[in-house]
Design a protein around this ligand. Structure first.
Ligand code: TA6
Length: 328
């Protein structure tokens, strides 16, 4: 069993972080603010996650990129957009072998904004050579049931949105958040989700695995003050690009939200650069099309395992076997 190295006395953009280093060379960087994973590197600077060059790091604004945590509400409503979990400072619960566990419990602020509910959130982050597993466990510590929604809002770094496909959702029903009503649509049989406009869809009762094709695995310098210089290198595996499986475990009936802001919404987001929609999309497992109910003294978990399938490596070529790296 691989043993990772954990580094806990560092900051990035003046915020406390935890670094997890795997013997294979892969590493994860996590802000305690929001329990926010903001970098997953496979080693040799091959970054998997997107982070906006315009993200704000003021310990209050949700961070644009990485893996924001959505709890206890998806989208707008009584609480701040996507809830308070991603806006709160978490603590370290444990660091063992290859897994970091972060913790958030109710406080005066959450009790005031959320019906005085008492809870514990435990967020497990496991790093392996070519995969990460992130699991959010919700515990009801109070004496009354509470309703909630939860979602893992993962931003992936892409070579080019126009050459990106999301496979595994054909035939699945979805609602389109860009429409005025929640009329259901069906993803045409045999057709992957493609990105040729603003996409903001909630796929209902989604399959346990979907596969995203078109990762950049880029050479990112997540500099301080977030002056990230993003140089996207597309590793030309022998048979094309690198894919990633998004495996979801949390019981039946989970949803998957798929999002790209495209041109107009990108311009409206102050913490997102106008042209960044070219190099990102979100594939977000969660329970958001309805509300979960958690009884007192019970717990509930959602988990995603993100697994890199490096096509180039799989044929024994050990990675890029085309004309090397293509700078976009
Ligand atoms: O998950 C998709 C979505 O709900 C989009 O509608 C868009 O608003 C995105 O989340 C980002 O939301 P945020 O509150 O982080 O700006």
């Amino acid at each position: 069993m691989s043993t990772c190295m954990f580094v806990t006395d560092q900051t990035h953009n003046n915020l406390p972080i935890v670094q997890i280093h795997h013997p294979s060379g892969s590493q994860l960087l996590v802000y305690l603010f929001g329990a926010h994973i903001f970098s997953w590197n496979l080693g040799d600077q091959r970054e998997v996650l997107f982070m906006s060059d315009s993200a704000i790091f003021d310990n209050a604004t949700p961070i644009r990129g990485g893996i924001p945590l959505v709890f206890p509400q998806f989208g707008g409503g009584d609480l701040p957009s996507h809830g308070f979990a991603r806006r709160s400072v978490w603590s370290i619960h444990s660091m063992e072998v290859d897994t970091l566990v972060l913790k958030l419990t109710d406080n005066e602020s959450t009790r005031n904004m959320w019906n005085n509910n008492k809870f514990t959130l435990l967020y497990s982050i496991k790093l392996e050579a070519d995969s990460i597993t992130t699991s959010l466990c919700v515990e009801n510590q109070g004496d009354k049931p509470f309703n909630f929604q939860a979602l893992l809002h993962t931003y992936f770094l892409l070579r080019n949105i126009k050459h990106t496909t999301l496979n595994g959702l054909s035939g699945k029903m979805f609602t389109d958040k860009l429409k005025d009503n929640l009329q259901p649509f069906v993803q045409p049989e045999g057709q992957p989700v493609v990105f040729d406009r603003e996409i903001d869809r909630i796929f209902i009762d989604a399959p346990s695995t979907v596969t995203l094709e078109g990762l950049a695995l880029s050479n990112i310098n997540h500099g301080e003050n977030n002056n990230a210089s993003t140089t996207c290198y597309a590793l030309n595996g022998k048979d094309g690009s690198v894919t990633i499986d998004i495996n979801v475990d949390g019981g039946s009936g989970h949803d998957i939200v798929v999002w790209n802001p495209w041109i107009d919404k990108s311009k409206r987001m102050t913490d997102f650069s106008d042209d960044e929609y070219h190099n990102m999309c979100c594939v977000e497992p969660g329970y958001v099309s309805k509300w979960e109910i958690l009884e007192p003294n019970t717990s509930w978990t959602i988990s995603q395992k993100l697994v890199i399938n490096d096509v180039g490596k799989s044929d024994g070529t050990g990675g890029s076997s085309g004309s090397g790296e293509t700078k976009l």
